[in-house]
Ligand binder design. Structure first.
Ligand code: SF4
Length: 241
């Protein structure tokens, strides 16, 4: 099929991921991102001209080779970078995966909602929406994206009844206060499509990557939250997992 020879640029392919969606999954990290989140772990995905070109067929071949590990609940997640930048390609990939009975998940910031990305959402079984802050000023300041844009994307997911998980990177001193978390729970409660909210603790593992690339890491001095703090939060806000 013609669409199978479409080309995209990917950063990497992980064959047995367990943290990006349900079950065991192949995870494809797309190249290119228009945002500049201060907590970004993958600055090496930012450049849309970087990465490696692949075709849909090549990816399907790699996915088929690890399919036996997906079990009942696994499948394929496309992450990034920002997958919506290469939505047409992913639509072709997801269409082919669905035809093979493989579950599709899209990990995105929700930064683009247009006819092309809506077509992609029609073949997406689960959206992992990175919902980063709960007020407009912080959203803009720490990601370069408007909160209203994420909200519009989430409203569309709700309208289309697309199963959604919200992902929130919990960053000490930036978004770790009770007010933010209470608002996050309210966002979940206001959207039927949201099945759960994942609280992801901020990590500093990416510092070396920033150093290698010669880019200053804005959160270099921000501490990682202790596991006990995350556990206590989950007790206090049972909607967060
Ligand atoms: S959207 Fe993701 S890849 Fe892009 S800057 Fe933010 S954290 Fe990094």
């Amino acid at each position: 099929m013609l669409t199978h020879s479409l080309t995209a640029r990917i950063h990497s392919f992980q064959s047995l991921g367990t943290v990006d969606g349900p079950g065991v999954r192949a995870v494809i990290f797309m190249q290119g991102c228009p945002l500049r989140c201060v907590c970004c772990h993958n600055p090496d995905t930012w450049d849309p001209k970087g990465g490696t070109p692949v075709t849909v067929d090549e990816l399907l071949g790699r996915i088929e080779r690890c399919r036996k590990y997906f079990g009942k609940h696994g499948g394929v997640t496309v992450s990034g970078g920002e997958p919506l930048l290469q939505a047409e390609f992913i639509t072709a990939l997801f269409t082919a995966l669905r035809a093979r009975g493989i579950h599709t998940a899209l990990d995105t910031s929700g930064c683009i909602l247009n006819d092309t990305t809506k077509a992609l959402l029609r073949v997406t079984d689960l959206v992992l929406l990175d919902y980063k802050y709960t007020n407009a000023e912080d959203y803009r300041r720490y990601t370069g994206m408007e909160q209203a844009t994420a909200d519009r994307f989430l409203s569309y997911l709700q309208e289309q009844n697309i199963p959604t998980w919200l992902r929130y990177v919990y960053i000490p001193t930036l978004n770790d206060n009770d007010t933010s978390l209470t608002r996050l729970c309210a966002v979940k409660d206001a959207h039927r499509c949201v099945e759960k909210v994942e609280l992801l603790p901020f990590r500093r593992l990416c510092i070396e990557k920033y150093d290698r690339m010669g880019i200053p890491f804005p959160l270099r001095d921000t501490p990682e939250p202790p596991p006990a703090e995350i556990d206590a939060l989950k007790q206090k806000f049972p909607q967060l997992q």
